[in-house]
Design a protein around this ligand. Sequence first.
Ligand code: HEC
Length: 155
Amino acid sequence: MKKILALTLWFATLTATADEVDKRQILPLTEHQRNHVLTEMRDLLSGTQNILGAISREDMIAVAGEARSLGMGMVHKGEDHLQAVLPREFTQLGMSVHKSFDKIALDAESLKDLKHTLRQLTELMQKCNACHSSYQIRVKDEPADSGMRHSHHQH
Ligand code: HEC
């Protein structure tokens, strides 16, 4: 009886641990890089909200404008330091999201088909989910004196 109880407890602990551990691939970033990525993420979320708002008003010009602001034009110079530290699959997935927003903008202007736009947005958001279920950001330990600077970290 004792043995069974112990075994049950052991299993329970094991399961609990498995659930609590974040197994997504870790992206070790500096505080500065993390802030850069997360700021872009919040822009993607609010931009997507704006697109949905424009769709609900059946305003295809606004759909195109909002979508284009999340397109390849959103990728700024000065992101080179980030490209260098992020895995290739990660940046490729990111680029494909920006390209999809550009495509949504083009189609909104030429086809003016709300259902088509909604389908495209649904497919695009699958990429948001795919990336989020694969990666997590952790701030890597930095020497105490390099607080605000990221230039020390170009390997
Ligand atoms: C190429 C990878 C990738 C893609 C594509 C991606 N994200 Fe993210 N996103 C991340 C990572 C990594 C995080 C941080 C997750 C963590 O550390 O738990 C994140 C975090 C976020 C956050 C939280 C921001 C914060 O301030 O904490 C939001 C909101 C978000 N993403 C929205 C989106 C939306 C909307 C899309 C699609 C339009 C999207 N993301 C596509 C990688 C991606």
